[in-house]
Design a protein around this ligand. Structure first.
Ligand code: SF4
Length: 66
């Protein structure tokens, strides 16, 4: 399972880093999302919460990929 973040869409709201700090951080220069763990081994519920919380719809979980 993988998670992806579209930095072009990201508006730097920081919701993802707030709800799933193990998976996301914000770039210290532009405030946009930084993916800490593209391969999702655990924390699926936190990842789903972040996807739902993102106001820019910049996050996606691909459950078909390892
Ligand atoms: S929640 Fe969405 S818009 Fe906000 S920082 Fe994360 S990816 Fe960017």
């Amino acid at each position: 399972m993988r998670i992806s973040a579209d930095r072009e869409r990201c508006i730097g709201s920081g919701m993802c880093a707030l709800v799933a700090p193990d998976l996301f951080d914000q770039d210290e220069n532009d405030g946009r999302v930084r993916l800490l763990a593209p391969k999702l081994h655990s924390g699926l519920s936190a990842a789903r919460e972040a996807v739902d919380a993102c106001p820019a719809m910049a996050l996606e979980i691909d459950e078909s990929r390892d």
